[in-house]
Design a protein around this ligand. Structure first.
Ligand code: GTP
Length: 322
């Protein structure tokens, strides 16, 4: 019995979790197990995906392309011993991962015999690339594209036709020829991703890239009291120039029983009602990710600490965006 593997790669915040959640929610009878690698120590992605049906295993506090390869192999071995056995396994890499390294692990003959790598997809954030064309010069971004059998251009609702044409041309420049699919909120037909084809081969390495642990730094932060929205907006405003990605659950003093999901990709921040319940005793659970040297950890901790509403402060209410 073999269980095919779909590997989902893509830069920080590109839309991987959204895609995996969509796949699990539209599994159409397939039993899909998800393995999620969060770069930070807090399993935000696993919590978001767990609300969809299916099994979710979280591998965190490291990258499955460098430090967690053994954990990945053990997890795959455990998943195929489950009863019932999953029909397919989706692995969501962290946005800091080089998929070529994971492909190499998955092509290990013993792993491949039981859980053959079927497809590698790379998710590209159309808005981020339109805002920051220099992203295409990033060796990690290009490595994530190079490893893909299939490219998903996500967030196409946030770009116009001219921008989208430019993005497709950029993808074709780095990855010719390659199938691409435009997706809004991860809406990709399952048949497109789950097929039995020729196994992916490890792509040649391009240039030297720093291991994720050296290139990126992350901070996991929790608060036991609700935040002030105005103070949180001010803190995120100060942190944004140095940040690549931030996400997590927060509650505000004006609505302490209404957990919110905060997401920041590039300069774009959103706060929406949390789709998942959070633990009551924790009022905020955030992960911040930045390029090493671009943010001072102590400054970040101080700014986040300042966002906690002091006891007795009148709750300020404004819009739902940071
Ligand atoms: N407008 C729009 N937003 C999207 C779309 N796909 C994802 N997003 C938003 O983009 C943000 C990041 O999406 P995620 O799916 O968490 O991205 P990710 O690649 O898993 O992020 P990391 O695991 O942190 O690297 C979230 O706020 C999503 O709601 C889309 O098609 N359109």
């Amino acid at each position: 019995m073999t269980v095919p593997v779909l590997l989902v790669a893509g830069f920080l915040g590109a839309g991987k979790t959204t895609l995996v959640s969509h796949l699990l929610a539209h599994a159409e009878g397939r039993r899909i197990a998800a393995v999620v690698n969060d770069f930070g120590a807090v399993d935000i992605d696993a919590a978001l995906i767990a609300q969809s049906t299916g099994t979710v295993v979280s591998l965190r506090n490291g990258c499955i392309c460098c430090s967690l390869q053994g954990d990945l192999m053990r997890t795959l071995a455990q998943l195929i011993r489950r009863d019932p056995v999953p029909d397919a396994i989706v692995i969501e890499t962290s946005g800091a991962s080089d998929p070529a390294e994971i492909v190499r692990t998955l092509l290990d003959p013993v792993i491949y015999a039981a859980t053959p790598l079927d497809t590698v997809v790379s998710v590209i954030d159309a808005r981020h690339l339109a805002d920051r064309p220099a992203l295409a010069d990033d060796a990690l971004w290009r490595a994530q594209l190079a490893a893909a059998d299939f490219v998903i251009v996500a967030k196409t609702d946030l770009v116009d036709a001219a921008e989208l044409a430019g993005i497709r041309a950029e993808v074709a420049r780095w990855k010719p020829p390659c199938s691409t699919f435009d997706a809004v909120r991860g809406a990709v037909p399952l048949d497109l991703l789950f097929h039995r084809g020729e196994p992916a081969a490890a792509p040649p390495r391009e240039g030297r890239r720093l291991p994720a642990a050296e290139r990126f730094d992350s901070l996991s932060w929790t608060a036991s009291r609700p935040l002030s929205l105005a103070r949180f907006q001010a803190a995120i405003g100060r942190l944004t120039p140095g940040l690549l990605r931030a996400k997590g659950f927060v509650t505000f003093d004006h609505a302490p029983h209404r957990p919110m999901l905060f997401q920041l990709v590039g300069a774009r921040a959103t706060i929406i009602a949390s789709p998942v319940a959070t633990r009551d005793e924790v009022c905020a659970r955030l992960v911040l990710i930045w390029e090493a040297g671009c943010l001072d950890r102590d400054d970040a901790l101080r700014l986040l600490g300042d966002a906690v509403a002091p006891p007795g402060e009148a709750a300020g209410v404004s819009t739902g965006r940071a």
